[in-house]
Design a protein around this ligand. Structure first.
Ligand code: NAP
Length: 312
């Protein structure tokens, strides 16, 4: 098959992706450059420039190398009739579960506080609570949310997870699955650590804002590992400074890289990561791409298709 590759990444990264994709899927012809009117079977993309696929004929699949496709969906030239698949990679899911475990353990056991105390040469011990007394709520029970909820339940936390639909997936031991606005309101009241793993859609943009924070108990903590657009940054700063929230762990931001003068850099109640909660692993991602290419060749529907009407 003829496959076009389009990625908004640096030249070195693009070269490395192409090398790994070609090595994993050697039977196919990989093209980095093409002209409008040219024919290709599949486009493999990572946040391509808007219009990058415009004028290509014969596409049977657009395969994203990134898990989040909200930027791709904003491109009006993305062919509406071509299936769009996003990256669902078990290696990334494990990475996300590890980062979530670090964040929740650090919040629960005051490890961020101890790190601050070390910088100040302060010797002070805080009570040691059992995990079973720290209720965690995961927003979103997709590929990432499921891995995170399962890992936290295995660590002994009481875990609830909120999703859009009633579901139908296999149950997760130790995880209470919720859906609907009323269930969310009830769950927020009893949540100590809230982890956001929703996709960024018109329904979820700005969900981490003052109205939601007001429903959490005083001193709750926020973890945002999904997208910067979920968080109303000014509301978070106000909630932290006013004592409503105790701490926030943030991996994603409205503007990335975060500008050097942004208050999050130095805020004592914010712990930051530079969008690394779960990095794409090029080798395992290439295997996911290869599996979908084989399905196309066999005439089967590709896996991990995006429902464009839902936005994820
Ligand atoms: P996903 O598989 O598409 O799962 C989305 C989940 O959110 C589903 O459970 C869905 O409910 C639920 N949902 C969607 N809209 C909702 C709404 N309006 N109300 C309630 N629940 C809603 O997504 P994913 O692959 O797990 O990714 C989750 C997030 O992580 C995305 O924002 C992605 O961009 C981000 N991400 C971040 C990193 C990082 O390094 N920080 C890495 C990869 C991904 P249903 O189950 O009912 O459909």
């Amino acid at each position: 098959m003829k496959i076009v590759f389009s990625a908004s990444v640096g030249a070195d990264e693009r070269g490395e992706w192409l090398r790994i994709l070609r090595a994993t899927c050697p039977r196919h012809e990989w093209l980095e450059h093409w002209t409008p009117g040219q024919t290709a079977d599949v486009a493999v993309v990572a946040n391509p420039q808007p219009g990058a696929l415009h004028g290509l004929h014969g596409l049977r699949l657009v395969q994203s190398l990134w898990a989040g496709v909200e930027r791709l969906l904003l491109d009006p030239t993305l062919p509406a009739d071509v299936p769009l698949a996003r990256m669902v990679d078990p290696v990334m899911n494990v990475a996300m579960a590890e980062t979530a475990a670090w964040a929740v353990l650090s919040l629960h056991r005051s490890f961020f506080e101890y790190a601050r105390q070390q910088r100040e040469a302060c010797w002070r011990q805080w009570p040691q609570r059992r995990a079973a007394t720290v209720p965690v709520l995961v927003l979103g029970l997709g590929s990432m949310g499921r891995a995170v909820a399962a890992r936290l339940a295995a660590l002994g936390y009481p875990v609830s997870a909120w999703r859009r639909s009633g579901g139908g997936d296999a149950p997760l031991p130790g995880v209470q699955v919720l859906h609907g606005a009323a269930a969310l309101t009830a769950a927020l009241e009893g949540t100590e650590v809230l982890i956001n793993l929703l996709p960024l859609t018109p329904d979820t943009r700005g969900i981490l804002g003052a109205p939601l924070f007001a429903q959490l108990p005083l001193g709750a903590c926020i973890v945002n590992f999904a997208r910067g657009g979920h968080l109303v940054e000014a509301d978070l700063l106000e909630a932290l400074d006013g004592g409503r929230l105790r701490h926030a762990v943030l991996d994603v931001f409205a503007t990335e890289p975060l500008p050097p003068d942004h208050p999050f850099w130095t805020h004592p109640r914010v712990t930051m990561l530079p969008h690394v909660a779960a990095l794409t692993d090029a080798h395992s991602a290439a295997s996911v791409v290869a599996a979908n290419l084989e399905r196309i060749e066999r005439g089967q529907a590709p896996l991990h298709l995006v429902d464009r009407s839902r936005g994820y």
